[in-house]
Design a protein around this ligand. Structure first.
Ligand SMILES: Cc1ncc(COP(=O)(O)O)c(C=O)c1O
Length: 356
């Protein structure tokens, strides 16, 4: 039987969760709520839904492979040019394309742990080596990450805010890291939760698009724009970097309806504002209740909260029985997505009955 290379055998395939309906049937529950994947509980923008409906009749056509209109609108909004933008089937695909473009077997990539698991998976898929630097105070330790750079380092990943801890890196520490990166490596700054951040000292990725450093900034329509199911995200970088990624990108990687919905969502400032407000109010409520029942948590800059606990799997299963789905993060932490007011209430109500 044909066998893949050893480095492919070393990858643990992603195990998707069961559909909600199936889980409810198995547990004999109904009305469960999912606070496990950092989705926007408000839903998609109504303008995006309308744009989707209007685009169905053209599904016999291939998508616009260049994403002309979406890139034009993004470029104007972000103050970059269209050739400094690349679209992806989720920002996840762009992570993967970047790794396949710039790394070969034996090269190294520096990343934090715990952080977004896809970085290590993408690196492993090309036979690369992940150098994992532990978080400090639940935050990327950028000084230690800079110290981990060697001549083999081709990429360095930063999730800002970090998933799963919700912490951010600030301007001065980020500038210090950028001073240490070498001309033959790429920094990937993953800003999937960018639109939730309100902190003024949040590291400024955009200024490095104009510097001599190699940087790729990734954002997504999956989070505050509420379009996770459509799979669309974008990257910003110097055109030479993106030209190389376009060698690997498949011609029609983002689908036609996703492009239309994303374009409409970009114009719906009301929806983004409402989503941010719901998140801020939910965050305040959860902090207050967690303080009062005595659970620890890490203050967040995103739409989820990381909670160090004694026994994550027991809490996960106890909450599941009450129809509240959260995410265990290893044996000693859970992560909960901030939901609608009634969802946050259900989570707290269920958590009260669970031992810490
Ligand atoms: C830090 C981070 N980056 C990237 C992604 C991928 O997002 P998408 O592929 O939906 O754009 C996620 C999704 O959870 C994430 O948490």
């Amino acid at each position: 039987m044909i066998q893949p290379p050893d480095y492919v055998l070393g990858i643990q395939p992603y195990v998707p969760g069961k559909p909600l309906e199936e889980l409810e049937r198995e547990l004999g529950i109904s009305n469960s709520i999912k606070l496990a994947s950092n989705e926007n509980p408000v839903g998609p923008s109504p303008a995006a839904i309308k744009a989707l409906q209007d685009s169905f009749a053209d599904l016999n056509r291939y998508p616009d492979g260049a994403g002309y209109y979406l890139k034009q609108t993004l470029a104007a909004k972000l103050g970059v040019s269209e050739d400094e933008l690349i679209l992806g089937n989720g920002s996840n695909e762009l992570l993967d394309i970047a790794v396949r473009t710039f790394m070969k077997a034996g090269d190294a990539a520096v990343m934090a742990v715990p952080s977004f698991v896809v970085y290590a998976m993408a690196v492993q898929a090309v036979g690369g080596r992940s150098v994992q630097v532990p978080l400090k105070d639940f935050t990327h330790d950028l000084a230690a990450m800079a110290a981990a750079i060697t001549p083999e380092t081709k990429m360095l990943f930063i999730a800002n805010p970090n998933n799963p801890t919700g912490t951010i890196n600030r301007k001065a520490e980020f500038d210090a890291l950028m001073n240490r990166v070498t001309p033959d490596m790429l920094v990937v700054l993953d800003e999937a939760y960018f639109e939730y951040v309100t902190e003024a000292d949040y590291a400024d990725s955009m200024k490095y698009l104009r510097s001599d450093k190699n940087i790729l900034v990734l954002r997504t329509f999956s989070k505050i724009y509420g379009l996770a199911g459509l799979r669309i995200g974008y990257g910003m970088g110097k055109k030479e970097i993106l030209n190389n990624m376009n060698r690997i990108r498949e011609p029609f990687n983002t689908n036609a309806v996703a492009q239309k919905a994303a374009l409409a969502a970009l114009g719906d400032d009301d929806h983004v504002r409402r989503s941010r407000e719901v998140n801020e109010a939910g965050k305040k409520y959860l902090y207050k209740e967690l303080d009062s029942i005595g659970f620890r948590y890490v203050p967040t800059h995103a739409n989820f909260i990381y909670m160090p606990v004694e026994d994550a799997m027991t809490i996960y299963h106890e909450l599941l029985k009450k129809g509240v789905i959260i995410r265990p993060m290893g044996p000693k932490a859970i992560r909960v997505t901030i939901g609608l007011p009634e969802e946050n209430f259900r989570f707290i109500d269920a958590l009260r009955d669970v031992k810490k």
